[in-house]
Design a protein around this ligand. Structure first.
Ligand code: SAH
Length: 388
């Protein structure tokens, strides 16, 4: 939905809104990437720093919070990938942006009976939010396997299996708009009344605005919007893709995919192919609002452009599986069978389990809006759930 659909008078003077207004009045508009970074990660007022509210009682709910079956299936996916790697004695089981730690808790439970996996898996959680790290420590307090936390990806080594649900959508995007004068970067400025509004700025580096960077260059109409997420614009995604490159060596860090097999699974909402249109969205108390309404107090995210993401990984020498819809992926991993088993074991909760599964695979909801994409070292076989 475009910003024009929201009531501009609903805008709230959150502490971050005041800070941003002051900064914009002094220094001019901030780009959408800078705005997103501030809303999510500002040290004082950022959403993930101050009030990450994931779950039924929070601002938004994610698949692992809807049903334990989601994490259990991903756990079994990890175990099969580990076997495909030749069951290495030591494996880094990495989760990016683990939220409340629910997915990893279910992964651990589901894999506890897979011989050798538990002893091999060293869990590494990459989390930028201190608050969420605390929540993860609580959720995972019963886990006896070694777990380490990190703020970035640097400490990860191969062999590694990486999982990430709703992580890519939380990373800042650059957002370009085509105007009559050419491409401009979308930004947040101040209107005549001094309120936050969308505007555009001259691109800082017009050289990067070439048709090859913007896949639907020829299809874009004037004034259509287009969000693109080049690795260079985002420190963590850039670091991950760079570290995966077979030819990567810097500062004593080695290429991950050169030092052993690496497989990653990203699940997120987004377009399978690049398309023009609004990509930012803000959610507070399970309701959509304008991304400008409650800076720092709403979850701000962006549709993932899987096409661009896949090309980025391909260019780094990695193989890609998918993207396919979440419903297709979970279906191939046996979600119906697993749910039926769980319902038989917990007849009192059968209705709740069924409703959760229905939501995850709903053809007009999460089942199709969310996509799964696999990224792997070129030497590995097609990842489970993606083959024919
Ligand atoms: N995977 C969880 C949570 C999704 S919300 C779930 O499915 O429930 C996004 C998660 O990514 C949060 O844990 C957030 O703190 C984390 N995150 C966002 N940006 C990050 C960054 N740059 N580095 C590390 N973690 C980040």
């Amino acid at each position: 939905m475009s910003d024009a659909n929201y009531d501009p008078t609903a805008r709230r003077d959150t502490p971050l809104a005041l800070k941003l207004k002051e900064c914009i009045a002094r220094e001019g508009p901030v780009t959408v990437a800078e705005y997103m970074q501030a809303c999510l990660q500002d040290r004082e007022h950022g959403y993930y720093v101050k009030r990450p509210a994931i779950g039924a009682k929070g601002d938004f709910i994610t698949a692992p919070e809807i049903s334990q079956v989601f994490g259990e299936l991903i756990g079994l996916w990890c175990a099969v990938v580990w076997q495909q790697m030749g069951s290495p004695a030591r494996l880094n089981l990495v989760e990016l942006g683990p939220g409340r730690g629910t997915l990893m808790r279910d992964v651990v439970r589901a894999t506890s009976r897979v011989a050798g996996f538990g002893a091999a898996a060293h869990i590494q959680l990459v989390e930028s939010s201190e608050r969420l790290e605390k929540a993860q420590r609580e959720t995972l307090s019963g886990v006896t396997r070694p777990i380490t936390w990190a703020r970035d990806f640097d400490g990860v080594s191969a062999p590694a299996i990486i999982v990430a649900n709703e992580f890519l959508d939380a990373l800042p995007i650059e957002h370009w708009i085509k105007t009559q004068d050419g491409w401009r970067e979308r930004a947040v400025g101040l209107d005549d009344a001094g309120e936050l509004c969308f505007t555009t700025v001259q691109a800082a580096d017009p050289a990067c605005l070439t048709p090859s960077d913007i896949p639907d260059w020829s299809r874009s109409q004037d004034n259509s919007e287009y969000g693109v997420r080049p690795a260079g614009s985002d420190p963590i995604l850039g670091a991950i893709v760079e570290r995966l490159r077979p030819d990567f060596v810097t500062n004593g860090l080695q290429s991950l995919s050169q030092s052993g097999p690496v497989a990653a699974l990203f699940i997120d909402y987004g377009h399978a192919s690049s398309s023009a249109g609004e990509t930012l969205q803000a959610v507070r108390n399970h309701k959509f609002e304008s991304p400008l309404t409650s800076p720092g107090e709403a979850d701000l995210s962006a549709h993932v452009d899987f096409d661009t993401f896949a090309r980025l990984c391909n260019a780094a020498g990695l193989a890609i599986d998918g993207p396919i819809t979440q419903a297709e992926f979970l279906g191939r991993l046996g979600i119906i069978e697993r749910a039926s088993k769980l319902m038989r074991a917990n007849p009192a909760k059968a209705g709740e389990i069924e409703a959760g599964i229905a939501r995850l695979i709903a053809p007009t909801g999460m089942g199709s809006r969310f996509k799964a994409i696999g990224v792997r070292s070129a030497g590995l076989a097609v990842l489970p759930g993606f083959g024919v």
